[in-house]
Write a protein that binds this ligand. Structure first.
Ligand SMILES: Cc1cccc(C)c1Nc1c(-c2c(F)cccc2F)nc2cccc(C)n12
Length: 233
């Protein structure tokens, strides 16, 4: 078996991604607020909207720190952000859901999310995904790299220079492959399972779009940033 080793420049790339991922986090008090006294459906929705808005801001900041991203065509930068926002936010909130919330409180947060006016047909896939990410027990390097790989998907709508995006994504996948081999030597399928989550993520885009439409139909209010990233009128 050839010895798997991460080169110096791969180590540097990974360090940049992980530092950016950890530097930009949603404020802890949001999740704490979710754990406080009982809220109405309206208040829960308002809180989730604030969290979602904060997550988009965090996503934009993280993305700007992905090496090479700011050198891409500007319209492609927007296309990548808009095309990956839901998936990157699901990944990040899934990890926050499993790691950030103190033991025993996840049920409370889950109850708050369930009681925020979201239709049942979206709630089930949402928590199925959260649990499947939780079971992977990803280390932070894997989380950060997987999020960067999701953002750098060349096949998003309206991306013009797909090769330029592939050239940024490939080195990330190479580092993730080596990291998985080193972190999970007993589980050769681990990388495949991680990348399998990205396929599951794509199905969630559909549910999320449906959710936005039904909220719009109920005349729910969003913030300008959420309207912009998801083209909500
Ligand atoms: C913060 C949060 C956590 C869990 C579930 C939900 C519904 C939310 N909130 C929203 C999400 C969203 C997200 F932020 C992360 C993951 C999946 C998401 F559906 N998207 C949007 C879009 C408009 C308004 C809100 C309230 N909203």
């Amino acid at each position: 078996k050839e010895k798997v080793e991460i080169t110096k420049e791969q180590e540097a790339l990974m360090r940049l991604i992980v530092d950016a991922y950890n530097k930009h986090q949603i404020p802890q008090d949001f999740t704490n607020k979710l754990l406080q006294e009982q809220y109405s459906t309206e208040e829960n929705f308002l809180l989730l909207t604030e969290i979602a808005t904060s997550q988009v801001q965090v996503l934009v900041e993280f993305t700007k720190h992905i090496p090479g991203f700011l050198s891409l065509d500007h319209e492609d930068q927007i296309a990548l952000l808009k095309g990956s926002a839901v998936e990157a936010m699901f990944l990040r909130s899934a990890q926050a859901f499993r790691r950030k919330i103190p033991e025993g409180h996840t049920e409370v947060v889950e109850a708050r999310i369930r009681k925020s006016g979201i239709s049942e047909e979206f709630i089930t896939p949402l928590f199925t995904f959260y649990k499947s990410v939780g079971e992977l027990l990803m280390v932070q390097e894997e989380q950060a790299l997987l999020t960067a790989i999701t953002i750098l998907s060349p096949d998003r709508p309206y991306v013009k220079d797909q090769q330029a995006v592939e050239r940024l994504q490939e080195p990330m996948v190479d580092v993730l492959r080596k990291l998985c081999a080193l972190q999970h030597p007993q589980d050769p399928q681990y990388l495949a399972r991680l990348l399998g989550r990205l396929t599951e993520l794509r199905t969630l885009n559909h549910y999320h779009a449906e959710m936005l439409t039904s909220w719009k139909a109920n005349d729910q209010k969003f913030t300008p940033l959420l309207c912009e990233i998801w083209d909500v009128q």
